[in-house]
Every structure is written in structure tokens, then in C-alpha cells.
Design a protein around this ligand. Structure first.
Ligand code: ADP
Ligand code: MG
Length: 338
């Protein structure tokens, strides 16, 4: 059954010092059940602090966290910190015993009173995270990605209702990462698990999250569906976090043929088209070509303006070549909206 109020934070404030910039300030959010919510923001914006408050690893200075209507109590009132129905996995995998096997690690949280249950549940968790074949290996001998899978299997074996993932894939190779991301999405779909994910990788956030929360200096600046925040970010800050946009001053925008009334212009690489015409003036110079696999990003320059352009026709516009472009869309921000 879906709860209207599943995991709620009400006016949460936690400052580590007098400095209001440290920690989080007056955060009110509602985390939806059975979905993946991603928290994004620059380093130091309070993402980890928010997760620890939601989980009950930190006691807020002010405000409250409610899980299904019940107050989540922090470490000051609770001997073993962290809510019993929640689990957290970070990039450090420090919950794992490196000298024990994968099986031992994952099964260790279950009691020996029902060995059949322990056996089947461990097997299930290992298979779910695709590490069953590694069951007899020591954790120390695994790759970063495999360790991370084991850490998540261990977190899920007690059937928590909420899984917090704090930049869990940082140590994981790009190729491995995608499989793990898909796997987590599947688990969420199949089991109704609620995931709160912190990540600074825009592609990860956009492909995984159902909901996004954008944090800046400990405050929520924007939240919503990934598609909406990507297409129409209210804040330049959000645009910069989610897209590799070029940010232009009024003067630079003018060079691009855009008249900025409010101050700052953002243009995503995919908003720019290379125009192939024999007659048009080729005023832009390709300064750099960044190989991205199935596409390229061109860094182009004209006078004082520099732009990042998505190019699917690899190799067509080498460094030093001259091109003509068309900017199909841009976003405008006032200077007060930094
Ligand atoms: P993020 O996870 O977004 O990088 P954090 O939540 O870790 O941000 O930190 C937010 C701010 O609080 C940062 O300025 C950080 O330096 C400060 N901070 C975090 N933890 C502590 C701590 N234990 N003591 C003092 N300051 C801290
Ligand atoms: Mg952090």
C-alpha cells in the first residue's frame, strides 16, 4: 500500500558550527514510496548531511523526520543509530569484512535460529545483485564494482523499506556502473523499495531518478521530475549540474546572435546545430574535439564567445576547421538567479 506520507522531512536544520553554510537549513521534503529520488548539488551543498538526517544518523538542530508518520529519532536517543527499516550504502563499503567471503558477509545479518531461511535469503540477495557466483571469494579479492554489489546485497538482506545510496558508484568503472544502475531500478520495480540516491554524475541521476532534489548551500533550490528540471531548470545552478551547458554573459550571447535581456544565457550542447551550407559564413572555429564514444563534443569559438556543441557526425569537424551554427534553444537567467 502506498502511504501518502512515507518519508517526510519538516523544516530540518543541522549546522555543524555557527556557520549557516555548513550542513542543511530548513529542509522540507516528501520522499515518495517505491521510487528513486536523487539528491544533487555541488560538493559541500549538504547532500550527505540530508541523507544522514533522514536515516537517523544525525540528530537535527531543528525540525523532524517522519517515517510513515512516526518520528525518526537520532543517535542522541537511540543506541544503534539508523532507523531499523532503512539502510545506507556509501562509496566506502566499510560495512564489509574484507577477509570474510561474500556469502559470510551478506548472511551475517541474519540469525542462526532459522538456517533454511538464512540460506534461501542469502542466495536470493546474492542472485538479485548478480554476485552469487562470487559467493566463496573473499571481499578483499573483488573489484570495486563487485564490492559495491556485495555491500548493497548485504544492505538489502534484512528487507529495509528505504535504501540510501551516497555516491555509491564513485569507485565503480563506467561499464560496471550502468549494469548496477539498471539492476537497482529493477529491484525498485520488483520489490517496491524506496531509494534515495546522492550522485554528482548527471547522466546517472537523469537515467535513474524518478524525482530530483537540487541542493545548494544546504537549501533546496528546486525539485521535480528529471525531464522537467533538465528541459526547464528554474535556476542556472540546476542547468549547470544537469547539462553541460555553455554559460554566456550578455556580451558573449550577443556574439551568438542572442539578445539577453536579463543577464545570463545557458545553451545546452544539443541545442546547437552545425549548419552545412556552402554560402553561409563560417565564423566559428573548432578549438577542441572531445571524443565521447558514440558522439563528440566540439568546443567552438567566435570572438569572445565559446560554446560546447553536440556532434554525432564524428570526425567531420576536426580541430581548426571553420563551421557555421544555428542555436535552436536557449535559457535565460537573471543575475539574481545564480
Ligand atoms: P555534500 O555531501 O553535499 O558534499 P555535506 O553534507 O557532506 O555535503 O557537507 C555540507 C557542509 O557541511 C560542508 O560545508 C561540510 O564542510 C560541512 N560538514 C559536513 N560534515 C561536517 C562535520 N562533521 N563537521 C563540520 N562540518 C561538516
Ligand atoms: Mg557527500
Amino acid at each position: 500500500m502506498e502511504h501518502e506520507h512515507f518519508l517526510d522531512a519538516v523544516s530540518l536544520t543541522k549546522n555543524y558550527s555557527e556557520n549557516k553554510e555548513s550542513g542543511v537549513n530548513s529542509i522540507t521534503i516528501s520522499i515518495p514510496e517505491g521510487k528513486i529520488t536523487a539528491v544533487v548539488g555541488e560538493s559541500g551543498s549538504g547532500k550527505s548531511t540530508l541523507l544522514k538526517l533522514l536515516y537517523g544518523l544525525l540528530t537535527p538542530d531543528e525540525g523532524e523526520v517522519f517515517f510513515k508518520g512516526e518520528l525518526v529519532i537520532g543517535p542522541i536517543q537511540k543506541l544503534i543509530p539508523g532507523h531499523d527499516k532503512m539502510k545506507m550504502v556509501t562509496q566506502h563499503t566499510d560495512d564489509l569484512n574484507w577477509f570474510a567471503t561474500v556469502w559470510q558477509n551478506v548472511s551475517s545479518l541474519l540469525s542462526n535460529t532459522d538456517l533454511d531461511y538464512k540460506q534461501t535469503e542469502t542466495e536470493k540477495a546474492l542472485k538479485q545483485l548478480r554476485v552469487y557466483d562470487l559467493r566463496d571469494q573473499r571481499v578483499a579479492d573483488l573489484s570495486g564494482g563487485e564490492k559495491q554489489r556485495v555491500a548493497i546485497a548485504k544492505a538489502l538482506i534484512t528487507h529495509p523499506e528505504v535504501l540510501f545510496l551516497d555516491e555509491p558508484f564513485n569507485q565503480v568503472d563506467a561499464s560496471f556502473r550502468e549494469g548496477l544502475q539498471q539492476n537497482i531500478r529493477e529491484i525498485v520495480k520488483e520489490t517496491g523499495l524506496t531509494v534515495v540516491l546522492v550522485s554528482h554524475d548527471p547522466s546517472e541521476v537523469l537515467s535513474m531518478a524518478d524525482e530530483l532534489i537540487v541542493l545548494k548551500s544546504g537549501e533546496i533550490v528546486e525539485s521535480g521530475k528529471p525531464e522537467d528540471l533538465y528541459e526547464q531548470p528554474k535556476m542556472l545552478y540546476t542547468a549547470q549540474i544537469l547539462a553541460h551547458c555553455s554559460v554566456l554573459t550578455k556580451e558573449e550571447a550577443q556574439v551568438c546572435g542572442i539578445s539577453a535581456e536579463r543577464g545570463t544565457i545557458a545553451v545546452n550542447p544539443e541545442y546547437i546545430e552545425v549548419v552545412v551550407s556552402r554560402w553561409g559564413k563560417k565564423e566559428w572555429t573548432v578549438k577542441q574535439v572531445l571524443f565521447k564514444g558514440f558522439f563528440e563534443e566540439l568546443l567552438i569559438e567566435k570572438d569572445i564567445a565559446r560554446l560546447r556543441v553536440l556532434n554525432l557526425e564524428k570526425g567531420k569537424y576536426p580541430e581548426g576547421s571553420k563551421i557555421n551554427i544555428k542555436i535552436n534553444k536557449h535559457l535565460e537567467y537573471g543575475q539574481w538567479k545564480k
